[in-house]
Ligand binder design. Sequence first.
Ligand SMILES: *Cc1c(COP(=O)(O)O)cnc(C)c1O
Length: 445
Amino acid sequence: MVDLDDAGFATAQIHAGQAPAEHGARVTPIHLSAGFAFDDLGDGRDRFADADAGFSYTRIGNPTVAALERKVAALERGVDAIAVGSGQAATTVALLGIVGAGDHVLAARSIYEGTRGLLRENLARLGVEVTFIADANDPQAWREAARPTTRACFAETIPNPKNDVTDIALVASLADELGVPLVIDSTFTTPYLLRPLEHGAAVVVHSASKFLAGHGAALGGVVVAGDRFDWGAQPGRFPHLTEPVRSLGGRSYVDVHGRGAFAAYARHAVASRLGPALSPMHAFLVQQGIETLSLRIGRHSANALEVASWLEAQPQVASVDYVGLPSHAHHDVARRVLSNGFGSVFTVEVRGGEAGAAAFLDALTLTTQMSHLGDVRTLALHPASTSHALLDADERAELGIRDGHVRLSIGIEDAADIIADLARGLVAVEAVLASERRPRLLEPA
Ligand SMILES: *Cc1c(COP(=O)(O)O)cnc(C)c1O
């Protein structure tokens, strides 16, 4: 394998994780095989006893998936990564690797709706409690909500639809105070814009279905673990990691894996038992996406900045929530925390409320209306009637979601063509506004 210790990001995104393959195949082959033959009985015994002795069954490990795991771990500067079938599976595996019944999680309030549901409904049914923090960058809010049973803090790098930026170092130092790991969903930033482990996070999760795969074809998720957090520092805090287990010959995960205890547990006791395995086919597609990550994210970010700046100047637009704009409240945090750009998912509020948003969206021809993001194609979504439709008006107001809001995921087409399409949408908004302004006298009796 190439020595990549001093290599730049673009070099690492191509070469990291690759192992020499049969016949000199230069690209990691798709190992579509449910299982892997043992050389003999002794070899079978070894592979069952020691996870590092080789592959046995694809739910537990697969060479194509393992190559992707090494690549993402290297790009995030983590020590281990576990690739699973979706981002939602990654968050589930990460949290179930840390908490159990009776434990409490502190989570930023503005997070992916699927994650909020997982915490509020699924994990709640298993006896895990959660408190949501309204302002993730207010350390006092985390401190006040902490309980003796708090075992994890959770936040996203750039939650949507509001384009806030989490000051990860600040939340990490708070998590350190509490003696609990910080889990960061870095889907919107990818390791090209931000590496949460370098800011003090203990675990990073990704929906690889978004920017990492990048082409809107494959689903995937990744959990990445760093080596900063000491899982055995406080006896009794994470008993599943510090108490002896039979599969480790009566030793604990911490005894055997040290600071890698969480990653080993999440892989062997959570992911492989709950079973959200990543298909080797999708692992291949995600790894191909990552090979061009810096090129795509650079272009996504540049396009987004150009489009957001243009939108902000249009009379039919009430506001643009994009951290790349100096007008955004978190612009300074973003400049400090992000490198190489500000990402490409943001919200625009058109005038005219829901009627304005509908006219805008329905007039777009290049942009696709769909519930996805991080695609090479420009996508748009009306959060109030789709991703956040189940919330009542008060909850939507708390999250800052208004009827005129449209979430955009700016693609890597020519910026001029994206702008021309959005201009079509604003012409339709103008028609709605004009009909509202028309004096009542002219309306049919
Ligand atoms: C999409 C998304 C997820 C869930 O990922 P899937 O791959 O769709 O399961 C989690 N977090 C964020 C921030 C996302 O955008």
